[in-house]
Ligand binder design. Sequence first.
Ligand code: ADP
Ligand code: MG
Length: 461
Amino acid sequence: MGVADSEVQLRVGQEILLDAVKLWTDILDFVRPRISREGFETWLAPTKGRAIRNGTLEVDVPNSFFADWISQRYSAEVRAALAGVSGQELTVSFRPRDAADSGVLIRRTPVRRPSMKPNGYRLQAHLTFENFVVGESNRFAAAAARSVAERPGANYNPLFIYGGVGLGKTHLVQAIGNHALALKPGLKVYYTAADDLFVELIQAIEKNTRLEFKNKYRGLDLLLLDDVHYLIGKERLQEEVFYIFNSLHDAGSQVVFTSDRPPQDIPTLESRLASRLGSGLVVDVQAPELETRIAILRQKAVMDRADLPDDVAYFVAARVRTSVRALEGSWIRLLALASLDSRPITIQLAQEALKDLVKEDEPVDHNRIIKACADHFGVSLSEITTGGRTKQLALARQVAMYILRTTLSLSLKEIGSLFDDKDHTTVMHAIKKVDELKIKDPGFAARLEKLSKGINRGEPR
Ligand code: ADP
Ligand code: MG
């Protein structure tokens, strides 16, 4: 819908009313699939187009906090939407309902279709290494990503990053793009997700522009292809991806893939990448452990200039365990609640904020962990907590101590007290032992991971 047409139809004095509502709705439809669902529901759903005046689209928002937040967080998406939806220069101004005239602006957008811009196309400025919290769960992936960003094509090519939903894969590949471009502004960097590539391919076939399609990809220095598990079962798309990949690889350009599973679980991809994976690297990102979750929350709070007390950070991090995305959703919810009612961030507020968001997440208590470990090793609860020196018992106890430490972050002393008042050095030794075993025995590491995750999801054994 062009704004110009409706201006003619709907002009009422200087204001165009109906039109603003519709235009903003169109913009939101464009933005919705591009940001997180929590983010959309929390920040954008309560907004409404009010008027278009002198080249400015005025949008009602609940208060000035929303205005700041939306313009800080979502201005790139809103700008892209403006270019895509209205096709002409417009400024968006957010008008807090509580203060009629102190709007926050997203300024004039140069109208350029994003696809005309090969450098850094579709990179989001805030997805950087600086904003990526590194912990045990993602250390290796983050290091590999940095190395690739610093010298694209030179180190690991392709780099293949896999892991579950919301664990930071997109963040990492975007950070690669942003960092590589910052170091070398002329670099041709292109980020796309496999499903978008699919749409693009279909359009190229329909419009008979396959050559342009191919050439566009062939000329890149760095291709970031997100979510390649989408290729499963799409033969035609796979052909194209291999063609693109091979020509880039042959030219020494860097390719980074992400996926929700390792390459061997995408059989056609793996067999066709196999010869090339020799020069590449496969890394995974795991669910963040408690310390990392707390660090991520702290970082979000700093970025949002909010005061997050330690006990609240712990409270939220202990309950939201499945992904960083869920954690971020909880934080956004908490912050929105605090700002809407001008309340300080407290445990009580966190309880409210998490009420609907994390139904699955009953806090894990220590009894459940100890019981699950006892079950797993086929020993009784009293055997695991008191005496008993067989090898199996010792291991069961060590694993339980380890999981208590990593998931609940109990102190060594607290853990000791749960096991017939063992000394804190015994607990320390147990944790060290498990750490060593994890390194020595990958099978053990995998079982431990599974056990630990099972407990977290409330399904012991
Ligand atoms: P994935 O692509 O693996 O599904 P994303 O990269 O989209 O996950 O991450 C989900 C959200 O969590 C994003 O907003 C991202 O910025 C944030 N995030 C993920 N990992 C981290 C991290 N280690 N530090 C800070 N933020 C993170
Ligand atoms: Mg992703």
